[in-house]
Design a protein around this ligand. Structure first.
Ligand code: FAD
Length: 395
């Protein structure tokens, strides 16, 4: 790596958002440099690895069997009183299939796709700071194997995840208030019994403001984790997970791996673009605030960012006006859905165990055509007046 490099588009971060952005930007004809602070992409995993099948359409790639650990259909929701709502084919006529991925393979392969499209990839290269130059370019200062490097670009795509630090150097505040930061910890467990679909456990004593998940990775292993909102919790996330491991569900199960991370369950940034800069995925706070799922939104926003940025380079205009189409694209695609889910999340974190039990009762009486968060919310809203009022105009 040279100490001073130039490109059209610099992508910071090579998670699913950044590598998709780099691929689409390079396919659009731009000279792309993409950097990541990690030596090995996808490691350590900070994810339960669950995605819906639609993610591959968004990627515009055929799913590689090496990416897929387990196909799953249906999900079990477990209420605080232990009532199980089994959203399988007996309750849902068109069950949606999804996968538990192997992100160590998936994330790395997406970088491979970006590289083959023409993006120059630099690992172990940490974005440290940035500045605007008088000639209209943006400059990133980075550290590569202990050396200072400078990269000048016409556009930066910030895809550096939940702890994103690119924005403030270019006048964009990306701080997430604590009440919107979900704290997660997860063990990969083996020797698991009764592995079928996804399981999600709710309740104040189980996971305040969030849920415990069991996402199967094989016929005897699973990602078992918890996400909590710390301001609603008396204890740290690990306390709740360790407590769950003592439950009969986990009898005989054994640890294989531990990981932890944060998920922004806030609204997206007010503006996910500015002069010469775009924010994708977790860096843009563009995450499903109910489930904490962000792979699909990172991929979609990465794709739109790569397309809009390479168009902007071709047209020779890289100011905020020229980049605003990026936000239009993702907002048109799923912005309204995120807005509904955000409003529901605000109510969900305040729901008592009794209200959650009532919601489970309501769900147990409904049969669904398709399963989606919105369909579940519609069913629950009928039992919860606060939710009904808040979501009335939206669902
Ligand atoms: C415990 C846990 C479980 C989860 N489970 C799921 C799930 O089941 N399904 C789902 O859809 N989502 C899940 N998520 C969320 C999901 O992992 C993220 O939303 C998703 O990875 C976001 O992708 P991204 O590309 O925006 O960012 P990331 O995947 O976080 O990638 C960011 C990249 O930027 C790099 N980077 C960071 N800072 C710098 C820097 N200064 N310089 C250079 N590079 C930098 C990082 O090394 C990283 O490679 C989970 C999250 C957690 C924490």
């Amino acid at each position: 790596m040279n100490k001073h490099m130039e490109c059209d588009i610099l992508v910071v971060g090579l998670g699913p958002g950044g590598s998709t952005a780099a691929r689409f930007a390079a396919n659009g004809g731009a000279k792309v440099i993409a950097i990541d602070k990690r030596a090995e992409i996808g490691t350590p995993i900070q994810c339960a690895e669950g995605v819906s099948k639609s993610v591959f359409e968004k990627l515009e790639l055929e799913p590689d069997p090496n990416w897929l650990r387990k196909e799953v259909s249906g999900v079990k929701l477990i209420a605080p009183n232990g009532k199980v709502i089994d959203l399988d084919e007996s309750k849902v006529s068109q069950v949606a299939y999804g996968y538990v991925l192997d992100r160590k393979v998936f994330d790395k392969d997406l970088v491979g796709h970006a590289a083959r499209a023409g993006a120059e990839i630099y690992l172990k290269t940490r974005f440290v700071s940035g500045e605007r130059l008088e000639n209209g370019l943006v400059r990133a200062h980075a550290r590569h194997f202990g050396e200072d490097v400078v990269i000048d670009a016409k556009i930066i795509i910030a895809a550096d995840g939940v702890a994103s630090r690119v924005g403030p150097f270019f006048g964009v505040k990306t701080f997430v208030p604590l009440k919107y930061m979900e704290s997660c910890v997860q063990y990969e467990m083996t020797n698991m019994r009764d592995i079928k679909g996804l399981e999600m456990y709710f309740g104040h004593d189980v996971a305040p403001g969030g849920y415990v998940w069991v996402f199967p990775k094989s016929d005897n292993s699973a990602n078992v984790g918890v996400g909590i909102i710390p301001v609603h919790s008396e204890h740290k996330a690990k306390y709740y997970l360790d407590k769950f491991l003592e439950s009969p569900r986990m009898e005989g199960a054994r640890f294989v791996e531990l990981n932890a991370g944060g998920v922004p369950v806030s609204k997206p940034l007010k503006k996910t673009y500015a002069d010469n800069i775009l924010f994708v995925g977790d860096a843009g706070r563009i995450v499903n605030p109910i489930t904490g799922g962000g792979i699909s939104t990172a991929i979609s926003t990465g794709k739109y960012a790569g397309m809009v940025a390479s168009d902007a380079i071709r047209n020779g205009k890289t100011d905020a006006d020229a980049l605003s189409g990026y936000e239009d694209l993702w907002q048109d695609d799923f912005g309204k859905r995120l807005d509904v889910l955000y409003k529901a999340q605000e109510i969900f974190v305040e729901m008592s165990d009794d209200e959650l039990n009532d919601a489970a009762d309501a769900l147990s009486k409904v049969n669904f055509d398709k399963i989606s968060e919105i369909e579940i919310l519609k069913a629950i809203a009928k039992t919860n007046i606060k939710l009904l009022i808040k979501l009335k105009s939206l669902i």
